[in-house]
Design a protein around this ligand. Structure first.
Ligand code: AHR
Length: 496
């Protein structure tokens, strides 16, 4: 095994922005077995009295997720929220055109809110801006948040919820820029619809935060135009601009896969630049970004699936290289924490998810572990760290650093966390971490996610091929040397 030399310089004063806890958000959609058979399985010996799978909720607690988006996704563009409230026996089954399925509506708004309360999640609801209208959207806000004695607030009371749900985050539409979407909208159509939806939703509850669907179809050529029209027509009604991305390795090209960090960086820098330019032009404050869908998704993605294979509820089985890629995405999000104020891993259970269930239990997929570590150890301030070392070149990218790094500070705990992905398949990376201000104060907790090789996978038969190993180390003075294992994700948490 070769040894490469790397250097990470940390200046505790070189902060780049505050880190919103909402960067560790999640997403649950009516899709395959995410809700039914995943989160919710009444009658299962593993379910509680409300029908929630207790093994799943216990695993989710470890992820420390602050906010969860629901009910879609593509599903929401054909959803009628009224179908999913009230006595269960009266709820209609409906065709779900987004996923070619049938939805029983046994899980709806109030079940989702119950789950949010159980897991301390802030609910984030997306309204139907596909085949739905503004009346239906404002009615949903009134049903959830109304405190007066209006028909819709009283309907909620009649359904057993005396107090308003106070749902703070509301998305208007999902991926409206994608031709795959029910009710796809041109840039003009969406900007116009967004403003009218937003107005009435805010008039019902002025305290809500609104999220505009801005960019998911990156090659479609309308990202700039869409964002410009949204700024021109509705800037004052937008609290977040939503962007989505998914990455993957359909060519089984490890280096090419690992270099997708560069594409993510390009998109984030480009989109931040666009927001800056448009805020200047319109004389309004910069609008933060919500990456409210991100993950690895290619084995069950319609665009990259092998002929004859089934979408199968998007039940992606992840391996170690996917866990590295999840950490790489989180590093990017942390490095851009000054503009990204919400991010939601898509999704949480069974459908492209860190948790995979069957009727008798669950498996923690490889990607569970980096998400857990990042969510548990990330500080509240991002640091702009410098690092250098060995590089690789692949495809359009040259000089890509083998290590991918981000760092955060937690002033109140006097704690520095350095996140490092070693994307070398074979080489350990001996690395010095230099503090150019401040001093290490002894204790270091190291958390390492790794497995035998990049294809290592957790399954029901072999559930522990990839996991986290925690160790205690010591650091004094201003210099610390550590060797990062090949194909690993590491979080080093230093006392300062
Ligand atoms: O998360 C799976 C799907 O990916 C979502 O429904 C959609 O918004 C995106 O295309």
């Amino acid at each position: 095994m070769g040894l490469i030399l790397n250097r990470i310089e940390v200046d505790l004063g070189r902060t780049s922005g505050s880190i919103s806890r909402n960067l560790f958000g999640g997403f649950t959609e009516h899709l395959g077995r995410c809700i039914y058979g995943g989160l919710y399985e009444p009658g299962s010996p593993l379910a509680d009295e409300q029908g929630f799978r207790t093994d799943v909720t216990a695993a989710l607690k470890r992820l420390n997720v602050p906010v969860v988006r629901y009910p879609g996704g593509n599903f929401v563009s054909g959803y009628r929220w009224m179908d999913g409230v009230g006595p269960k026996a009266d709820r209609p089954s409906r065709v779900d055109m987004a996923w070619n399925d049938v939805d029983s509506n046994q899980f709806g708004t109030n079940e989702f809110i119950d789950l949010c309360r159980k897991l301390s999640w802030e609910p984030y609801l997306v309204v139907n801006c596909g085949d739905g209208d503004m009346r239906e959207a404002r009615d949903w806000v009134e049903y959830c948040n109304g405190s007066k004695h209006t028909a819709l607030a009283n309907l909620r009371r009649q359904h057993g919820y005396e107090q308003p749900h106070n749902v703070k985050y509301w998305g208007i539409g999902n991926e409206v820029d994608g031709p795959w979407q029910i009710g796809y909208k041109t840039p003009e159509e969406y900007a116009r619809a967004y403003l009218e939806f937003a107005k009435v939703m805010r008039w019902i509850d002025p305290s809500i935060k609104l999220i505009a669907s801005a960019a998911s179809h990156w090659q479609g050529g309308t990202v700039i135009e869409r964002t410009q029209l949204l700024f021109e027509q509705a800037a004052k009604f937008i609290d977040y601009l939503s962007i989505h991305w998914y990455v993957g390795n359909p060519q089984d090209d490890f280096e090419g896969y690992m270099a997708q960090s560069e594409l993510i960086e390009e998109r984030l820098f480009a989109y931040e630049g666009l927001i800056r330019a448009l805020s200047l032009q319109e004389g309004v404050s910069r609008i933060p970004i919500a990456v409210d869908e991100w993950n690895v998704w290619y084995r069950t993605h319609p665009a990259t699936m092998k002929p004859g294979t089934n979408w199968f509820g998007l039940e992606e089985i992840y391996n170690l290289e996917d866990a590295l890629m999840v950490a790489i995405q989180m590093n990017s999000i942390i490095r851009h924490a000054y503009s990204v104020k919400m991010a939601n891993i898509a999704q949480l259970v069974n459908a492209i998810a860190p948790i995979f269930t069957n009727q008798s239990g669950l498996v923690l997929q490889t990607i569970f572990y980096p998400f857990e570590i990042y969510s548990q150890t990330c500080g509240d301030t991002a640091l702009d760290v410098f690092w250098q070392g060995d590089t690789f070149s692949t495809g359009n990218y040259t000089g890509v650093r083998v290590l991918d790094v981000s760092a955060t500070l937690d002033e109140s705990k006097r704690q520095l966390t350095v996140f490092v992905v070693n994307r070398s398949k074979n080489n350990a990376a001996e690395t010095t971490i230099n503090l150019t201000s401040g001093c290490f104060a002894g204790d270091v907790s190291a958390y390492v996610v790794n497995g035998s090789d990049i294809y290592a996978t957790n399954t029901f038969d072999t559930p522990n091929q990839v996991g986290t190993v925690a160790t205690k180390l010591t650091a004094e003075g201003t210099k610390f040397t550590h060797t990062f294992e090949p194909h690993s994700v590491t979080a080093l948490v230093f006392a300062l």
